[in-house]
Design a protein around this ligand. Sequence first.
Ligand SMILES: Nc1ncnc2c1ncn2[C@@H]1O[C@H](COP(=O)(O)OP(=O)(O)OP(=O)(O)O)[C@@H](O)[C@H]1O
Ligand SMILES: [Mg+2]
Length: 286
Amino acid sequence: MTTEAGSGPARLEVRGLEVVFGGVRAVDGVSMDVAPGTIVGLIGANGSGKTTLLDAVSGLVPLAGGTVTIDGEDVADLLPEERATLGIVRSFQEARLFPELTVEDALLVTVDGRGQSDVVSTTLQLPWARRSERDKRRAVAEVLGSFRLERFRLHQIAQLSTGTRRMVDLASIVLAGPRLLLLDEPTAGIAQREAEAFVPLLRRLQAVTGATVLLVEHDVPLVFELCHTVVVMQAGTIVSSGPAEVVRRDPRALEAYLGASEEALLASGPLASAPPGDQRGGLAGP
Ligand SMILES: Nc1ncnc2c1ncn2[C@@H]1O[C@H](COP(=O)(O)OP(=O)(O)OP(=O)(O)O)[C@@H](O)[C@H]1O
Ligand SMILES: [Mg+2]
Protein backbone atom coordinates (compact mmCIF):
# COMPACT_ATOMS: atom_id res chain seq x y z
CA MET A 1 0.00 0.00 0.00
CA THR A 2 1.40 3.41 -0.89
CA THR A 3 1.31 6.69 1.00
CA GLU A 4 0.97 10.15 -0.44
CA ALA A 5 3.28 12.09 1.89
CA GLY A 6 6.95 11.15 1.89
CA SER A 7 7.89 7.62 1.02
CA GLY A 8 8.90 4.58 2.99
CA PRO A 9 9.01 4.23 6.75
CA ALA A 10 9.77 7.32 8.82
CA ARG A 11 12.67 7.86 11.21
CA LEU A 12 11.72 9.20 14.65
CA GLU A 13 14.22 10.94 16.91
CA VAL A 14 13.32 12.24 20.35
CA ARG A 15 15.84 14.31 22.34
CA GLY A 16 15.55 15.52 25.94
CA LEU A 17 11.76 15.43 25.78
CA GLU A 18 9.86 16.96 28.71
CA VAL A 19 6.12 17.16 29.25
CA VAL A 20 4.77 18.71 32.44
CA PHE A 21 1.18 18.64 33.74
CA GLY A 22 0.95 21.05 36.67
CA GLY A 23 3.45 19.63 39.15
CA VAL A 24 3.75 16.27 37.39
CA ARG A 25 6.75 15.68 35.12
CA ALA A 26 5.00 13.06 33.00
CA VAL A 27 7.96 12.82 30.59
CA ASP A 28 11.22 13.89 32.16
CA GLY A 29 14.11 14.08 29.71
CA VAL A 30 13.49 11.21 27.30
CA SER A 31 15.77 10.58 24.30
CA MET A 32 15.15 7.73 21.89
CA ASP A 33 15.57 6.77 18.24
CA VAL A 34 13.17 4.66 16.25
CA ALA A 35 14.90 3.51 13.07
CA PRO A 36 12.89 3.32 9.84
CA GLY A 37 10.97 0.07 9.45
CA THR A 38 11.60 -1.21 12.98
CA ILE A 39 9.09 -2.08 15.68
CA VAL A 40 10.04 -0.53 19.00
CA GLY A 41 8.17 -1.62 22.12
CA LEU A 42 7.62 0.83 24.97
CA ILE A 43 6.77 -0.74 28.32
CA GLY A 44 6.55 0.52 31.90
CA ALA A 45 4.27 0.78 34.91
CA ASN A 46 0.96 2.64 34.91
CA GLY A 47 1.60 6.37 34.90
CA SER A 48 5.23 6.05 33.75
CA GLY A 49 4.60 8.42 30.81
CA LYS A 50 4.15 6.09 27.83
CA THR A 51 0.91 7.59 26.51
CA THR A 52 2.20 11.10 27.14
CA LEU A 53 5.28 10.32 25.04
CA LEU A 54 3.03 9.21 22.14
CA ASP A 55 0.92 12.35 22.65
CA ALA A 56 4.06 14.49 22.46
CA VAL A 57 5.16 12.84 19.20
CA SER A 58 1.73 13.27 17.65
CA GLY A 59 1.48 16.89 18.83
CA LEU A 60 -1.43 16.45 21.25
CA VAL A 61 0.41 17.91 24.26
CA PRO A 62 2.83 20.86 24.40
CA LEU A 63 6.51 20.20 25.12
CA ALA A 64 8.15 21.73 28.18
CA GLY A 65 11.52 20.92 26.60
CA GLY A 66 13.38 18.84 24.05
CA THR A 67 12.76 18.03 20.40
CA VAL A 68 10.85 15.58 18.23
CA THR A 69 12.15 15.09 14.69
CA ILE A 70 10.70 13.03 11.85
CA ASP A 71 13.18 12.19 9.08
CA GLY A 72 15.39 14.93 10.53
CA GLU A 73 12.66 17.59 10.49
CA ASP A 74 11.81 19.23 13.81
CA VAL A 75 8.02 18.96 14.11
CA ALA A 76 7.67 21.27 17.15
CA ASP A 77 5.71 23.90 15.21
CA LEU A 78 3.44 21.42 13.42
CA LEU A 79 -0.16 20.81 14.50
CA PRO A 80 -1.35 17.18 14.84
CA GLU A 81 -3.02 17.33 11.40
CA GLU A 82 0.16 18.72 9.86
CA ARG A 83 2.14 15.88 11.43
CA ALA A 84 -0.42 13.51 9.91
CA THR A 85 0.62 14.73 6.47
CA LEU A 86 4.09 13.39 7.30
CA GLY A 87 2.45 10.00 7.85
CA ILE A 88 2.29 9.99 11.65
CA VAL A 89 -0.76 7.91 12.57
CA ARG A 90 -1.89 7.35 16.12
CA SER A 91 -4.13 4.74 17.73
CA PHE A 92 -5.65 5.25 21.14
CA GLN A 93 -5.84 3.19 24.34
CA GLU A 94 -9.59 2.88 23.74
CA ALA A 95 -10.75 1.79 20.31
CA ARG A 96 -13.14 4.32 18.78
CA LEU A 97 -15.40 2.85 16.13
CA PHE A 98 -19.11 3.56 15.74
CA PRO A 99 -20.82 0.65 17.54
CA GLU A 100 -23.94 0.64 15.36
CA LEU A 101 -22.11 0.31 12.02
CA THR A 102 -21.13 -2.89 10.28
CA VAL A 103 -17.41 -3.63 10.06
CA GLU A 104 -17.44 -2.74 6.36
CA ASP A 105 -19.27 0.54 6.91
CA ALA A 106 -17.04 1.46 9.84
CA LEU A 107 -14.00 1.03 7.60
CA LEU A 108 -15.66 2.99 4.78
CA VAL A 109 -16.32 5.78 7.28
CA THR A 110 -12.64 5.70 8.17
CA VAL A 111 -11.74 5.95 4.49
CA ASP A 112 -14.00 8.98 4.23
CA GLY A 113 -12.42 10.52 7.30
CA ARG A 114 -15.78 11.15 8.91
CA GLY A 115 -17.41 9.92 12.04
CA GLN A 116 -14.40 9.55 14.28
CA SER A 117 -13.44 12.07 16.92
CA ASP A 118 -11.89 15.30 15.67
CA VAL A 119 -8.53 14.21 16.98
CA VAL A 120 -8.65 10.90 15.13
CA SER A 121 -9.92 12.28 11.87
CA THR A 122 -7.38 15.08 11.86
CA THR A 123 -4.59 12.75 12.87
CA LEU A 124 -5.39 10.28 10.11
CA GLN A 125 -3.83 11.03 6.79
CA LEU A 126 -6.58 9.43 4.72
CA PRO A 127 -4.99 8.87 1.31
CA TRP A 128 -8.17 7.16 0.12
CA ALA A 129 -10.42 10.09 0.97
CA ARG A 130 -10.44 11.44 -2.56
CA ARG A 131 -10.94 8.08 -4.30
CA SER A 132 -14.10 6.87 -5.99
CA GLU A 133 -16.68 4.84 -4.08
CA ARG A 134 -15.64 1.69 -5.93
CA ASP A 135 -11.97 2.23 -5.10
CA LYS A 136 -12.86 2.82 -1.45
CA ARG A 137 -14.81 -0.44 -1.29
CA ARG A 138 -11.92 -2.21 -2.97
CA ALA A 139 -9.48 -0.75 -0.43
CA VAL A 140 -11.70 -1.86 2.45
CA ALA A 141 -12.07 -5.36 0.97
CA GLU A 142 -8.29 -5.58 0.58
CA VAL A 143 -7.74 -4.59 4.20
CA LEU A 144 -10.41 -7.01 5.46
CA GLY A 145 -8.68 -9.74 3.47
CA SER A 146 -5.19 -9.04 4.73
CA PHE A 147 -6.43 -9.07 8.34
CA ARG A 148 -8.62 -12.15 7.76
CA LEU A 149 -11.69 -10.25 8.85
CA GLU A 150 -13.91 -11.00 5.81
CA ARG A 151 -16.29 -13.15 7.82
CA PHE A 152 -17.06 -10.16 10.07
CA ARG A 153 -17.75 -7.84 7.13
CA LEU A 154 -21.48 -7.49 7.83
CA HIS A 155 -21.28 -7.86 11.62
CA GLN A 156 -22.14 -4.85 13.76
CA ILE A 157 -19.14 -3.37 15.62
CA ALA A 158 -21.14 -3.60 18.89
CA GLN A 159 -21.52 -7.38 18.47
CA LEU A 160 -17.80 -8.08 18.07
CA SER A 161 -15.60 -9.36 20.86
CA THR A 162 -13.20 -6.78 22.27
CA GLY A 163 -10.35 -8.54 20.51
CA THR A 164 -12.02 -8.53 17.10
CA ARG A 165 -13.07 -4.89 17.56
CA ARG A 166 -9.45 -3.99 18.21
CA MET A 167 -8.40 -5.91 15.10
CA VAL A 168 -10.88 -3.87 13.07
CA ASP A 169 -9.46 -0.75 14.69
CA LEU A 170 -5.95 -1.77 13.56
CA ALA A 171 -7.27 -2.62 10.09
CA SER A 172 -8.70 0.89 9.86
CA ILE A 173 -5.22 2.27 10.53
CA VAL A 174 -3.93 0.71 7.31
CA LEU A 175 -6.37 2.89 5.39
CA ALA A 176 -4.64 5.96 6.79
CA GLY A 177 -1.40 5.05 4.96
CA PRO A 178 0.97 5.48 7.93
CA ARG A 179 4.75 5.92 7.76
CA LEU A 180 5.07 6.11 11.55
CA LEU A 181 2.52 4.20 13.59
CA LEU A 182 2.04 5.06 17.25
CA LEU A 183 0.02 2.27 18.87
CA ASP A 184 -1.27 2.67 22.42
CA GLU A 185 -2.10 -0.69 24.03
CA PRO A 186 -3.78 -2.45 21.10
CA THR A 187 -4.43 -5.54 23.27
CA ALA A 188 -5.84 -3.72 26.33
CA GLY A 189 -8.80 -5.54 27.85
CA ILE A 190 -8.33 -8.63 25.71
CA ALA A 191 -8.09 -12.17 27.06
CA GLN A 192 -4.60 -13.69 26.82
CA ARG A 193 -5.72 -16.25 24.25
CA GLU A 194 -7.06 -13.54 21.95
CA ALA A 195 -4.03 -11.32 22.60
CA GLU A 196 -1.76 -14.02 21.17
CA ALA A 197 -3.36 -13.44 17.77
CA PHE A 198 -1.97 -9.90 17.87
CA VAL A 199 1.66 -10.87 17.28
CA PRO A 200 1.04 -12.06 13.69
CA LEU A 201 -1.57 -9.32 13.29
CA LEU A 202 0.84 -6.53 14.24
CA ARG A 203 3.52 -8.07 12.01
CA ARG A 204 1.03 -8.03 9.14
CA LEU A 205 0.10 -4.44 9.98
CA GLN A 206 3.74 -3.45 9.62
CA ALA A 207 4.25 -5.53 6.48
CA VAL A 208 1.15 -4.13 4.78
CA THR A 209 1.83 -0.48 5.71
CA GLY A 210 5.64 -0.64 5.58
CA ALA A 211 5.55 1.74 8.54
CA THR A 212 7.90 2.31 11.45
CA VAL A 213 6.06 1.26 14.62
CA LEU A 214 6.27 2.55 18.20
CA LEU A 215 4.13 0.22 20.30
CA VAL A 216 3.02 0.87 23.89
CA GLU A 217 1.85 -2.38 25.48
CA HIS A 218 1.31 -3.91 28.91
CA ASP A 219 1.53 -7.42 27.43
CA VAL A 220 5.26 -7.84 28.09
CA PRO A 221 5.66 -11.26 26.44
CA LEU A 222 4.01 -9.90 23.30
CA VAL A 223 6.44 -6.96 23.22
CA PHE A 224 9.49 -9.17 23.58
CA GLU A 225 8.29 -11.52 20.89
CA LEU A 226 7.40 -8.80 18.41
CA CYS A 227 9.81 -5.93 18.89
CA HIS A 228 13.36 -5.41 17.58
CA THR A 229 14.06 -2.91 20.33
CA VAL A 230 12.45 -2.51 23.75
CA VAL A 231 12.40 0.69 25.82
CA VAL A 232 11.42 0.63 29.50
CA MET A 233 10.02 3.77 31.15
CA GLN A 234 9.74 4.53 34.83
CA ALA A 235 8.46 7.82 36.28
CA GLY A 236 8.89 9.74 33.03
CA THR A 237 12.41 8.49 32.27
CA ILE A 238 13.95 5.65 30.29
CA VAL A 239 15.57 3.12 32.64
CA SER A 240 16.52 0.50 30.04
CA SER A 241 16.57 0.25 26.25
CA GLY A 242 18.17 -1.85 23.58
CA PRO A 243 17.72 -5.11 21.69
CA ALA A 244 14.91 -7.21 23.17
CA GLU A 245 17.36 -9.97 24.20
CA VAL A 246 19.48 -7.49 26.19
CA VAL A 247 16.62 -5.61 27.87
CA ARG A 248 14.96 -8.90 28.79
CA ARG A 249 17.92 -9.63 31.10
CA ASP A 250 18.52 -6.10 32.37
CA PRO A 251 17.95 -5.94 36.16
CA ARG A 252 16.86 -2.27 35.85
CA ALA A 253 14.12 -3.28 33.43
CA LEU A 254 13.04 -6.08 35.71
CA GLU A 255 12.97 -3.76 38.71
CA ALA A 256 10.94 -1.16 36.82
CA TYR A 257 8.38 -3.84 36.16
CA LEU A 258 8.56 -5.69 39.47
CA GLY A 259 6.80 -3.03 41.45
CA ALA A 260 4.52 -2.31 38.57
CA SER A 261 2.63 -5.24 37.26
CA GLU A 262 2.73 -8.55 39.02
CA GLU A 263 0.38 -9.83 36.36
CA ALA A 264 2.76 -8.97 33.53
CA LEU A 265 5.68 -10.43 35.41
CA LEU A 266 3.86 -13.68 36.10
CA ALA A 267 2.88 -13.86 32.46
CA SER A 268 6.51 -13.49 31.42
CA GLY A 269 8.41 -15.34 34.13
CA PRO A 270 9.13 -18.95 34.97
CA LEU A 271 5.94 -19.15 37.05
CA ALA A 272 3.86 -18.47 33.98
CA SER A 273 1.18 -21.04 33.32
CA ALA A 274 1.93 -20.96 29.63
CA PRO A 275 0.84 -23.95 27.60
CA PRO A 276 3.60 -26.42 26.67
CA GLY A 277 5.50 -25.28 23.63
CA ASP A 278 4.66 -21.62 24.27
CA GLN A 279 7.92 -19.89 23.30
CA ARG A 280 6.98 -16.46 24.54
CA GLY A 281 9.44 -15.02 27.01
CA GLY A 282 9.45 -11.89 29.14
CA LEU A 283 11.55 -9.69 31.36
CA ALA A 284 12.40 -12.55 33.70
CA GLY A 285 14.00 -14.40 30.80
CA PRO A 286 14.51 -18.13 30.50
N1 LIG B 1 -3.93 15.39 30.88
C1 LIG B 1 -3.26 15.17 32.01
N2 LIG B 1 -3.32 16.05 33.03
C2 LIG B 1 -2.63 15.83 34.18
N3 LIG B 1 -1.84 14.79 34.39
C3 LIG B 1 -1.73 13.89 33.41
C4 LIG B 1 -2.43 14.02 32.17
N4 LIG B 1 -2.12 12.97 31.39
C5 LIG B 1 -1.28 12.20 32.09
N5 LIG B 1 -1.03 12.75 33.31
C6 LIG B 1 -0.13 12.22 34.33
O1 LIG B 1 1.13 12.02 33.70
C7 LIG B 1 1.73 10.80 34.15
C8 LIG B 1 1.98 9.89 32.97
O2 LIG B 1 0.72 9.44 32.46
P1 LIG B 1 0.60 8.54 31.17
O3 LIG B 1 -0.84 8.44 30.87
O4 LIG B 1 1.49 9.07 30.12
O5 LIG B 1 1.16 7.16 31.70
P2 LIG B 1 1.13 5.73 30.99
O6 LIG B 1 2.52 5.20 31.09
O7 LIG B 1 0.53 5.81 29.66
O8 LIG B 1 0.18 4.89 31.97
P3 LIG B 1 -0.82 3.66 31.64
O9 LIG B 1 0.07 2.47 31.53
O10 LIG B 1 -1.69 3.59 32.86
O11 LIG B 1 -1.56 3.99 30.40
C9 LIG B 1 0.78 10.23 35.19
O12 LIG B 1 1.21 10.67 36.48
C10 LIG B 1 -0.54 10.86 34.84
O13 LIG B 1 -1.37 10.96 35.97
MG1 LIG C 1 -1.16 4.98 28.78
